[in-house]
Structure formats: C-alpha cells, structure tokens
Design a protein around this ligand. Structure first.
Ligand code: GDP
Length: 586
C-alpha cells in the first residue's frame, strides 16, 4: 500500500527530498529531466511535487497539508497609533468565462457613468472606485500567472478576493485554484455567484460545491458571504460593493500615513518621451513627488505622481494605486518599492539589488501546468527555447498566451525566461546557455547588448506587431518539424504470368490497369481484398527489352526485389507507389 506523506504547498526541494527519504541530487536530477533547473532551496508547488513523485515511480502519495478553513491572518504592516482607515484592496478571481472581466466592467461602469474614469488607459492594473462615498481599490490582474508573480507580496496586499463562480457552471478547477490563492494570501473571501440571470443558474448547487471546498456560506452556519449577482443586468453589483465595505470594516483596515511610503510595483513599462513608468500600489505611508524611491534594482526621484486615470496628484496614501515617472531604469513587476532619505541611499540600494540579481542563477520559471504538459507529451516533442521580453506585463502575457496556441504534439516553444523591460545582459547570458532566441515585443536593445549578443551568437528579434512575432516563431518551429513522408500512388498492374521466383526476386508479367509505372518504386500486392505482400520494383520490361516506363493498357514485365519469399499468383493486383519526404510548415 502506498505511504502517504503530507507536504505543504511551496515545499523546498531539500525538504521534499528529506521527506521522501531520497538523496536530494536524485530529486534535482528528476526535476532537471523535466526541464526544471532547481536548487535545493527552490520551492515547488504541490502539483509539481506530486508530478515529480509520480515520475520517480515512488509508492508514495502526497497529501496537501490541510489549510485551515479560517483565513490565515495576514502579516499586515503593524499600524501605529496614528493609523488611518484605508480602502480595501480587492482582487477578482475565478474560472475562465465565469465573468471576472464583465463583473469588473460592471463595477467600473458605474464609475464611468459618473464620468470619473474617463482617462483610463490601456495598461491600468489597479484602479479605485467610489461607493457610498468611500474608495475601494481593485487590482486587475491579467491572469493567474500574474497572481503567481505577486503571490508572495500579495499576502500583504490583497484584503479581499472576490471569487466569481458562474451560477450555471459551478465550481471548476480554476475556482479551486483561486480559493487556494486567497487562503494562502490570507485574504477574506467573498463569493460572487454570477450569471444568476441565466436559465440553468443554480445558486444552491454552487453553495454546496463551495461547502465541499470548506467554504461554508453564512446561511448554512459558516462565515462566507456569497451574493447572487449578474454582471449583465448589474443585479447585485451594488450589494456586492456594500458587502465589501462591510467586510473591510470588520477587518478594520488601517495603515500609517506618516511613515516613509512602501508598496509594490504592479506594472512597469517605457513610454515614449516619458521614460520608465511604474504603476505601484501604496501599502503604507504617503508618497509625494520629489521623494526618492527604490524598487528592486531601479530607483527614481519621483518626477510626476498621477492617479491611474492620469491626473496629477500631490500625494497618495495607503491602498492607492499610483503612476510614478522618474525611474532611471525599469523596475520589475512584483518589486517592492520604498521611499529612502536621499538619492545616494536610493542609488546604492538599487545597485546592490541589481548586482545580487545579476549574480543569482538566471532560470526560467516553470509552472506545474507547463510541467504536466511536457510530461504528458511524447518523446518526439521538439522544443524551441525562447526568452520573451515585452514593454508591459499585459503584452508579455498575450505574447506568451499566443505562443501556446501555435504548439503541436511535436513542436512547442519553451519559455526559458521572460520579463518586462529592454533586453538585458542577463537575458543574453541566459539565451547563450539555453540556446534560446530572444524575442522582444515593443522594446529595444541597446548597441552594447547587440554587440554582446553577436559575440555570443544569440539572436535578438524585435517586433512591434504580435502576429509578425508569432509568424517568426512559427517559422522557427517549422524548422524543428521532421519531414513528412508522403505516399504517392503511381499505378496498378494485374499479374498474368510468372517467370521467375527466387528467395529475393520475382519476375512477372502483366497488364497495366492504371497509371504509368516507373522503376524504382514500392509495391503492395493484393489478392482480392487482402494485402499479401510488399516488395520493391527495380526494373521494367517491354518484351525482352528493359523499359523506362509502362503506361496504362500496356503489357510488360516487372522485376521485384523481395525480402523473403513472395508467393505471387496469377490474378494478383500489384499497386505501385513512391514515398517522398516533404518539408512541413506549421
Ligand atoms: P472571464 O473569463 O471570467 O473574464 O469572463 P468574461 O467576463 O469574459 O465573461 C465570459 C462570458 O460570460 C461573456 O460572454 C460574458 O458576456 C458572459 N457573462 C458574464 N457575466 C454574465 C452574466 O452575469 N450574465 C450572463 N448572462 N452572461 C454573463
């Protein structure tokens, strides 16, 4: 019987090996076989661990160490005596097509109607809406991948996760993933049972499925609020916002405003004429123009401070999403930012982080789903290693998503690295060691980087149109495809005479019934409906002479080379064909 071992989510490689009583090198080796370059301190999510244990063929079952149904208390910044109430920070998650986008639109639509959100730009990743004279901050993440990236920080960031479940579809795998995320982040969960306007909507069933995930709704004695809504008719949307404010009150969300500002970079891109622009969510403190901030390896003197609608602001407090210009280089999505006393401190700190990052092993992150995909594929699979760099997280996600759609069972891209920002030296090193092509979308590459690339024979390909980038990748993938072997029919002959039969050769005569026969070719021999043998046509005769071809209606001789004895009989039908190699494209 299989032994059961309980492991936590995000277990380290070292700890997993220990629990499995395996040498850690064996585990690392298995991970490498599956395309994951992991060190002993690397963390694996539960699914990855499960897949790897399966691959190792161990008679061990992994069990998720139970997460309490009670929300884990988040590590909030400890608010001092002067702490002020702050808006709640909300993320909306759920299964695809359950209506996350529609619900956010419905929530924001109310604002648009009020004429307050006119300046929303394409890349907003957080915004505030006003409800009952109070602000609510929404994080708009393009997908669960983005969530994974801010998960660590998200623990401090997201107060409430709205889990959207379609009333006509119920709890699905991504719903469960979202619930797990929310719990790990220690966020309060509010369930929006969406699409209640639809026929087939079954609220009670959804509640029951939620209960199976340890989310017991209030009316059944639990503490989870689940509200029926319709993003389409806007039914329940206002009540949902009421509820969010109520939950926020219960949580008593406060933060200091009179401390140096701190928070998280949630988007960064380069804007023509403005340089690096960062979107950040302030967690505590008050940010003002003119202050010095550091975020990862980048620092800035805050030149302009704007709200996400593009309006200049003089200061921004906790839970406010802001747009900061003035960065010298581009910070990264997920970087924590903080205000430092002066330029020197900011520059020194940024440089230290940049050096640390550059020396850290650059590696491509791989999610468990990607791993599953790889494992479930046949050995035939050929991969094209690539690195993607893009101007903003949004385009990065769309490029990566589009690339998934061009893969087949035989060829696929393997994203060994990706990031927002220009092509860096690190990218070149990584591309060199992984044999990867660097694709850039809406970004540039500095001359020194190009020189480095050409020295290391790394190909950098920059595109501004996503389809052109995809076409280039397709072309590269096509090169990996093995040639297709195509059979072409040549003709048919009916056997009318047998002249010679040895172990390796048959010479026979007959009438060409179809096509034009030419040697060399391949043949299949049929007796009635059954195929009785295969051979190779090595020569043709017309009368006593060799012939180059025999056309339909002609009588002639065929010389077949056989492997083993071929018992040809009068009346057999011989089909002639060739096999050709044909290059394939995607
Ligand atoms: P997402 O993938 O979770 O962001 O889902 P979307 O917001 O894109 O919605 C998926 C589909 O469901 C779209 O066709 C929406 O029009 C539809 N939809 C979303 N909310 C509702 C709703 O409340 N009622 C109905 N009838 N359809 C909805």
């Amino acid at each position: 019987m299989a032994t059961t071992i309980q492991i936590e989510d995000n277990v380290t490689v070292g700890s997993l090996a220990e629990q499995l009583k395996l040498p850690v090198t064996r585990l690392i080796g298995e991970l490498m076989k599956n395309g994951i370059m992991a060190t002993i301190n690397e963390r694996l999510d539960f699914e990855t661990a499960q897949i790897i244990v399966g691959e190792l063929g161990l008679d061990i079952e992994l069990e998720h160490k139970k997460v309490s149904a009670e929300p884990v208390k988040r590590e909030k910044p400890v608010a001092g005596a002067n702490a002020a109430q702050r808006p709640p920070v909300i993320a909306v998650m759920g299964h695809v097509d359950h209506g996350k986008t529609s619900l956010l639109d419905a929530i924001r639509g109310a604002q648009v109607a009020k004429g307050e959100a006119g300046g929303i730009t394409q890349h907003i990743s957080a915004y505030q809406v006003e409800h009952n004279d109070r602000m609510i901050t929404f994080l708009d993440t393009p997908g669960h991948e983005a969530f994974a990236a801010i998960r660590e920080h998200g623990a401090h960031l997201t107060d409430i996760v709205i889990i959207v479940v379609a009333a006509d579809d119920g709890v699905k795998p991504q719903t469960i993933e979202a619930i797990r995320y929310a719990r790990n982040a220690g966020a309060r969960i509010v369930v929006a049972i969406n699409k209640v306007d639809k026929e087939g909507a079954n609220e009670a069933l959804v509640k029951q499925q939620l209960a199976e995930q340890n989310l017991l709704v209030e009316e059944w004695g639990g503490d989870i609020v689940a509200l029926p809504v319709s993003a389409k008719t806007k039914q329940g949307v206002s009540a949902l916002l009421d509820m969010i404010l109520l939950v926020a009150d219960v949580e008593d969300l406060k933060a200091d405003v009179d401390v140096p500002a701190r928070g998280l970079i949630i988007e960064a891109h380069v804007e023509t004429g403005r340089g690096p622009i960062a979107h950040a969510l302030i967690e505590e403190g008050t940010l003002k123009p003119g202050q010095f901030v550091v975020a990862g390896g980048a620092y800035a003197k805050v030149r302009n401070l704007e709200d996400t609608a593009g309006k200049a602001i003089k200061q921004a407090g906790p839970s406010t999403p802001v747009v900061i210009s003035g960065f010298k280089t581009l910070p990264e999505f997920g970087d924590e930012f903080m205000v430092l006393a002066g330029e020197k401190e900011a520059r020194t700190k940024a440089a230290a982080v940049a050096v640390e990052r550059a020396s850290g092993a650059a590696r491509g992150d791989m999610s468990s789903s990607e791993l599953l995909r790889i494992i479930s594929r046949s050995d035939k699979l050929q991969e094209l290693p690539i690195i993607i760099k893009a101007d903003v997280q949004g385009s990065l996600t769309s490029v990566a998503d589009s690339l998934k759609s061009v893969e087949t069972d035989e060829v696929a891209v393997r994203i060994v690295g990706s990031g927002v920002g220009v092509v860096s030296e690190n990218d070149i090193h990584l591309a060199h060691s992984a044999g990867a092509i660097i694709y850039g979308f809406n970004i540039s590459a500095a001359p020194n980087i190009r020189r480095l690339a050409s020295r290391d024979q790394v190909s950098i390909r920059l595109y501004n149109v996503i389809y052109e980038l995809i076409d280039d990748v397709k072309l590269e993938l096509s090169k990996l495809l093995t040639d297709e072997i195509v059979e072409r029919e040549m003709g048919e002959l009916e056997v009318k005479g047998l002249f010679k039969t040895t172990k390796a050769e048959v010479i026979a005569g007959g009438e060409v019934k179809k096509g034009i026969l030419k040697a060399p070719a391949l043949v299949r021999i049929y007796r009635g409906k059954d195929q009785v043998g295969e051979a190779e046509l090595v020569g043709l005769k017309r009368g006593p002479n060799d012939a180059t071809d025999l056309a339909e209606g002609e009588l002639g001789g065929i010389n077949l080379k056989t492997e083993g004895r071929l018992a040809l009989e009068l009346g057999d039908r011989v089909e002639f064909f060739t096999r050709e190699r044909v290059e394939r494209t995607l």
